[in-house]
Design a protein around this ligand. Structure first.
Ligand code: CO8
Length: 258
């Protein structure tokens, strides 16, 4: 069905692998279209976590496809930029958590894709960077938006102005990734995290994601009120009844996402 993405189901977890090996999985319009279609049809009731990775052991995503961008004019550049940004925003607002399993280069649009995910883990050969200014452009898939939010203004400016890539251990140090493991362990680690998430009440996880995303830019009092409202709605769910009943009965809870 897709030419550039592979889909693999592991019980309640879905793995999406971006696969364009000849260009180190660089994102062209067709890949963005395929990701968009996949996300629009993703069943958040069936799957409780999504993992995104890249094909091979060298590259997660080496950026947007430079050969496609080379001859764009201004409106075409804006269209291409917003195409990627819209797809990434769908990832960020998907009703289940998304884990980036970064298996190598995460440059330009690849770093931006990883940043749109909820959690990033990487292999020890991973490299992160926003090299766009070396190509005469700026990060155009929301990198100037998300990088500062993740690692702070000073470090984001350094990475974007210099265009220099950083290694996995530096990405860990500045908080760009949550964990670094060997290439061989990467998918196991991603699945372990995904399964931990999948074992919890899906509506509560969804509500937590909604809160964390929405409250980030709110004034403190507004954010606290927002959280209280969503917290209250949890008590309308069967999962809350089941979870608390199971705890009080010293049983393992079974959550059905209702
Ligand atoms: N686009 C297209 N092709 C690419 C890309 C890319 N981003 N990255 C690698 N490739 C291709 C190479 O051209 C090469 O193709 P070929 O075999 O036909 O020559 C093949 O992949 C293998 O690459 P290399 O031979 O260069 O492999 P190396 O191991 O020597 O180097 C690197 C690996 C360091 C990853 C190197 O390929 C590289 O620097 N790639 C470009 C990285 C980059 O600059 N990424 C940012 C792109 S800009 C961007 O992402 C902007 C996002 C926002 C867009 C908004 C639009 C408006």
């Amino acid at each position: 069905m897709y030419n550039y993405i592979k889909i693999e189901e592991r019980q309640a977890v879905m793995i999406l692998t971006i696969s364009a090996p000849k260009s180190l999985n660089a994102l062209n319009s067709t890949i963005l279209d395929e990701m968009n279609h996949f996300l629009d049809h993703f069943d958040c009731n069936k799957y409780r976590c999504l993992i995104i990775t890249g094909d091979g052991e060298k590259s997660f995503v080496a950026g947007a496809d430079i050969s496609e961008m080379a001859n764009l004019n201004v409106p075409q550049g804006q269209t291409f930029g917003s195409h990627g940004a819209n797809v990434f925003r769908k990832i960020e607002t998907l009703h289940v958590p998304v884990i980036a399993a970064v298996n190598g280069f995460a440059l330009g649009g690849g770093c931006e894709l990883a940043m749109a995910c909820d959690i990033r883990i990487c292999s020890d050969n991973a490299r992160f960077g926003q090299p766009e200014v070396g190509l005469g452009i700026i990060p155009g898939f929301s990198g100037t938006v998300r990088l500062a939010r993740l690692v702070g203004m000073g470090m984001a400016k350094q990475l974007i102005y210099t265009g220099k890539a950083i290694k996995a251990d530096e990405a860990l140090r500045i908080g760009l990734v949550n964990a670094v493991v060997s290439q061989a362990e990467l998918m196991d680690k991603a699945l372990e995290l995904a399964n931990q998430i999948a074992a919890n009440a899906p509506l509560a996880v969804k509500a937590a994601k909604l809160c964390i995303n929405a409250e980030y830019d709110m004034p403190m009092d507004e954010a606290i009120t927002y959280e209280s409202g969503i917290f209250g709605h949890c008590f309308a769910t069967e999962d809350q009844k089941n979870g608390m009943k199971a705890f009080l009965n010293k049983e393992k809870p079974v959550f059905n996402g209702k």
